[in-house]
Design a protein around this ligand. Structure first.
Ligand code: FAD
Length: 649
């Protein structure tokens, strides 16, 4: 008989996939007491999701591990279509550009989900001792509505079962259908050394039951979300009628674009070819259409790597195709579904596949899921820390639900393109139609725009005159700036580190202009609390305990030529002194060009639509979305924005 132990935690995260780990990152960064459980015995190692959109990479940069993705991943900036030409032979249409150099330093990149999980896990360990508890299954969930209104209460009770040694231990590298890959083969052929320890993890614990009381719960438990079912939150949508095979192989082929993103379409069907890291190529292959009238369930075990291989050979013909090495494969049916809501009373939240599923061929599920976890994570972390007001939690559903709707809308347009069987003559038009759809959804898919609506976190009206392209509710467009003290350069995606703090960007303008210098000095006097009637906004809010004295960080970016300004020209409050660390040299940046770095071209103010002389005042949220924009003199309005979301001392 199990005798349950009882424990308390501030935040419980169920599921350590991409969305759960992103949420866990914030708990680690903000020093929040949290637990992350997963029923699997190991992390993912091979296969699964692999497409990373540029916005996700920007977030990784703010988390400090984007360089690892760049180092290992495979980048694509163009895509090709192959359709039968006049002679009936497959002919290339393209290349079509799928990257926007003016928008981001990053491009569509492929690296398997397991490596991304590795990087987030490493980042979590850098800041805390939070570890994923594996082989732990959530078994029951109770929510006490009466306690929900008190932020310090524990209204959530979850029964956890540590599955112990007796449970089956299937490594996540294997497909559900069984690819015949053994653990040792995985280790030698597919794992990088920093994954070896996870793969070798032995379970030596006994089966154990625990009752956990939590203040907040985040259900990141995937498409069949147990948490969502406990809450009885309905999902809308249905399965499509197509069964797909997906396979990662080292291809042996004379097809010219085997290492380029390509869609190949002929009378035999349409496949998607995705080049990946370490010489791998992924193929998405339609393998079966379920008849609407059929009453029997399709037997997926009839699909094998050999069946997928034969399909690819038929569609790529007359080009040759074969493989000896297969890293991962699986069979799936696309379900297009969305949950009716993403939260229960802002104490229990659902993120990722738990609330939206769609076709993997858009390369968006992992991206959207991580961005969900990222969005909800910092809000919960600040609320638990006592720094953020609980009201900010209501913005999670408000911001992420409409995006999930857009995701499904994109999929409803995009997926049928792979399955409709128009005659070959119409295929060229199909290529155009596909790029038309991709173009329409590009801003959304690549993450340039998120369309977060007005809320306590997004102060919408009236900022266009000050900063035309710094739009509340959108991301700050990345630019490269010069370090005033050193002269080196950095992208804003790295500069605006995801550490839990709001950032005031003082766009100081041209400080050579005496009037502008005066405005900056007045602003700094308010910041320093020199006006007795006004408390400094920098010293007004509750700290992030154990992390930062203030939940607000200030960065100055001026527009005078780098050589004509000095670090010490700026008031001390913008470059504070610490008795141990000295002056804060990394707080003052310059929008000027730099001879050794062509990306640092002195166009930040122009790209942001800010007046070169007058500058602006901007608040960037901890997740790098714009919260508020005003003039240097608008400190009262800025403080009002902050008062609505942060707890005053
Ligand atoms: P998951 O990754 O499903 O993680 C959920 C976790 O919760 C699991 O680890 C599970 O073990 C755990 N769990 C579930 N129930 C419980 C419970 N009761 N107790 C404890 N733990 C539990 N997306 C992209 O962005 N780009 C791509 O290129 C891409 N390609 C894909 C290719 C394929 C073939 C597939 C199948 C998917 C692809 N996706 C892609 C989608 C992507 O994999 C998912 O959207 C993403 O993994 C969702 O992340 P998640 O954290 O929400 O859920």
């Amino acid at each position: 008989q199990d005798i349950p132990v009882e424990s308390h935690t501030d935040v419980l995260i169920i599921g350590a996939g991409p969305s759960g780990l992103m949420a866990a990152y914030w708990m680690a960064r903000c020093g929040v007491k949290a637990r992350v459980i997963d029923k699997r015995s190991t992390k993912v190692f091979v296969g699964h999701a692999d497409g990373l959109r540029p916005r996700t990479l920007e977030l990784f940069d703010s988390m400090g591990f984007q360089h690892r993705v760049l180092h290992e991943g495979s980048i694509s900036t163009e895509a090709n279509f192959w359709v039968p030409g006049e002679s009936g032979k497959l002919t290339r249409k393209g290349p079509f550009n799928i990257s926007r150099v003016d928008e981001s330093p990053y491009h569509n990149t492929r690296l398997n989900q397991g490596r991304i999980e590795r990087f987030i896990l490493d980042s979590i360990q850098e800041y805390s001792d939070l570890e994923v508890e594996r082989d732990v299954l959530a078994e029951s969930l109770e929510y006490d509505q009466n306690l929900g209104k008190d932020p310090d209460s524990y209204p959530i009770t979850v029964k956890l079962r540590n599955q112990g040694e007796e449970a089956s231990n299937v490594p996540c590298g294997q497909s559900q259908s069984g690819s015949g890959i053994t653990r040792n083969e995985l280790k030698h052929h597919d794992l990088l050394p920093d994954d070896w320890d996870d793969q070798a993890q032995q379970r030596n614990r006994k089966s154990k039951v625990e009752i956990v009381k939590a203040k907040y719960l985040i259900g990141c438990d995937g498409a069949h979300s147990w948490t969502r079912k406990q809450l009885d939150i309905p999902v809308e949508g249905s399965n499509t009628d197509h069964i797909w095979g997906v396979i990662d192989v080292l291809p042996i082929s004379d097809f010219p674009d085997i290492r380029r993103v390509s869609i190949v379409s002929n009378t035999a069907g349409t496949i998607l070819i995705i080049p990946r890291e370490r010489g791998l190529v992924r193929f998405y292959v339609p393998v079966h259409v379920c008849e609407a009238s059929s009453t029997t369930r399709f037997d997926r075990s009839t699909i094998t790597p050999e069946v997928i291989r034969t399909r690819i050979q038929a569609i790529l013909s007359p080009f040759t195709f074969d493989f000896q090495a297969c890293s991962w494969w699986t069979v799936y049916q696309v379900g297009q579904r969305i949950a009716s809501k993403f939260t229960k009373e802002d104490r229990i939240f659902l993120a990722g596949d738990a609330v939206h599923t769609h076709s993997p061929k858009m390369g968006l599920g992992m991206n959207m899921s991580m961005q969900d976890g990222f969005n909800v994570g910092w809000k919960i972390a600040l609320a638990v820390a006592g720094t953020g007001k609980p009201e900010i939690l209501a913005t999670y559903d408000l911001e992420r639900h409409p995006l999930a709707e857009m995701l499904l809308d994109f999929d409803r347009h995009w997926s049928p393109m792979f399955t409709d069987q128009k005659p070959p003559g119409e295929k060229a038009t199909k290529a155009a139609a596909m790029f038309d759809i991709a173009g329409k959804f590009e801003d959304f898919a690549d993450g340039w725009k998120v369309f977060y609506p007005g809320s306590c976190l997004v102060c919408k009206p009236g900022s266009e005159a000050v900063a035309r392209y710094i739009v509340p509710g959108e991301r700050l467009k990345p630019v490269k700036l010069r370090h005033q003290a050193e002269g080196g350069t950095k992208w804003t995606t790295r500069l605006l580190e995801s550490d839990g703090r709001f950032r005031i960007l003082v766009l100081a303008g041209d400080i050579r202009n005496p009037m502008q210098k005066g405005r900056l000095e007045t602003l700094c006097q308010v910041f320093a609390g020199q006006f007795t009637s006004k408390q400094s906004p920098l010293d007004r809010y509750v700290s992030i305990p154990g992390r930062y004295d203030s939940p607000i960080d200030v960065l100055t970016i001026h527009s005078a030529p780098w050589k004509e300004a000095e670090f010490f020209d700026f008031p001390e409050i913008l470059r504070p002194f610490d008795p141990v660390r000295g002056w804060a040299y990394d707080k003052v940046w310059c929008d000027d060009s730099c001879i050794f770095d062509r990306y640092c071209d002195g166009t930040a103010y122009e790209k942001w639509g800010v007046d070169w002389v007058l500058g602006a005042l901007v608040i960037v949220r901890p997740d790098q979305y714009i919260g508020w924009v005003g003039e240097l003199g608008d400190v009262d309005e800025m403080t009002e924005y902050l008062d609505n979301i942060l707890v005053r001392k």
